[in-house]
Write a protein that binds this ligand. Structure first.
Ligand code: CP3
Length: 341
């Protein structure tokens, strides 16, 4: 088994820098589009054999050092009572706006309500055995609450911000419910066989650092401490965390995910050499010529300066029009340029 990824999560030395890509299973791959052409995205998430197949595609095609479960951060919200659709962005028909809406949320029973997620993990552990580790994931409470309250993506997230400032008791009740759900959901993924967990806080950077500390971090910290003792590394990725890395670090977890707005070298100096990091190539660089891709990989490796505990990744998800051969070339560059000896 290739243990580079898990070793780097623990801050241990590795023979080559491990690499995987956020959203590595998806529309930029023709092999994904072929399977996806016969069903909807949600149907694909709910079909364990197919979800396992698209999870493995980037492992075979790109040569990455970890697989990430094919699902979505919003999967466990549907059984809480919010009707979910993808058009292609996520939409909830009945968003959460009042205390009564929060109180009406159901706490899912994982084996009954999201059996397909756990079954996909079990299939993957069999099919991946001896190859690469499997990452499970969930959204951070705040990012999930953003979609639950707004009902869809948003430019300014004014509806949830208004809830925070004008009706904090509704916001807090919602965040407590979502955090409780996540401890059970992510714990069930580990029990089913996930070997690491990534928490995605895509929208954690839209608040001021002091509001992040007050309204976001305590709930993420609650999820991470609820998973203490589960025995697998936890990666915490907050998009836009550059100006508040130490604050984000306080939430706990093993690895800090970085977007591309902060230099990796500066992030490592801020966090200290004992804190493993993951990142942080701008996904758009994969549209550039190979010479640029190689130079950018080299720059990031140089910024890391040989410190153990670096997992190479993009600073956010791969974009749908990315040429797959460029993603594959990036993975090769990481391995070749970081090879020891
Ligand atoms: O990384 C992986 O390969 C695993 C699968 C994965 C998906 N979504 C599949 C997906 C993961 C880890 C996610 C996380 C996710 N989902 C996040 C956090 C990370 C991030 O990108 O910020 C968020 C915010 C979501 C919510 C979501 N799901 C959005 C906003 C969209 C639409 C965006 C778009 O590109 O159309 C989705 C749909 C989605 N999730 C797709 C995939 C492959 C596209 C579905 C399709 O095939 O049409």
């Amino acid at each position: 088994m290739n243990t580079r990824f898990l070793d780097a999560c623990r801050g241990l030395p590795v023979d080559r820098t491990p690499v995987w890509l956020m959203r590595q299973a998806g529309r930029y791959l023709p092999e994904y589009r072929r399977i996806r052409s016969a069903c909807s995205f949600l149907e694909l998430c709910k079909s364990p054999e197919l979800a396992a197949e698209v999870t493995i595609q980037p492992v075979d095609i790109l040569g990455v050092d970890a697989a990430i479960l094919f699902s979505d951060i919003l999967t466990p919200i549907e059984p809480m009572g919010l009707e979910l659709d993808f058009v292609p962005g996520p939409v909830f028909e009945n968003p959460v706006r009042t205390l009564a809406d929060v109180e009406a949320l159901r706490m899912p029973v994982m084996e009954q309500d999201v059996p397909y997620v756990l079954e996909t993990i079990r299939i993957l552990r069999c099919e991946l055995a001896g190859r690469v580790p499997l990452i499970g994931f969930g959204g951070a409470p705040f990012t999930l609450a953003c979609y639950m309250v707004e009902g869809k993506g948003s430019k300014d997230f004014a509806t949830i911000k208004k809830m925070i400032y004008c009706a904090p008791e509704i916001y807090r009740a919602l965040m407590e419910t979502v955090a409780e759900m996540l401890v059970a959901y992510l714990g069930a993924q580990v029990e089913a066989g996930a070997q690491a967990i990534q928490i995605f806080d895509t929208w954690g950077g839209i608040l001021s650092p002091s509001d992040y500390e007050r309204y976001v971090r305590p709930y993420t910290a609650r999820v991470i401490s609820g998973l203490a003792g589960c025995g697998v590394p936890i990666i915490h990725f907050v998009k836009g965390a550059g100006t508040m890395l130490e604050t984000v670090r306080e939430a706990g977890g093993d690895v800090v995910g970085l977007d591309w707005h902060i230099s990796l070298g500066k992030a490592r100096e801020t966090l200290g050499p004992g804190v493993p990091v993951q990142g942080n190539l701008d996904p758009t660089v994969l549209f550039g010529p190979k010479s640029l891709i190689e130079a950018e990989v080299q720059r990031i490796l140089r910024e890391n300066d040989g410190r153990p505990g670096h997992i190479f990744n993009l600073g956010h998800g791969i974009l749908p029009e990315t040429p797959p051969e460029n993603a594959k070339f990036m993975v090769e560059c990481v391995h070749r340029l970081s090879a020891k000896g």
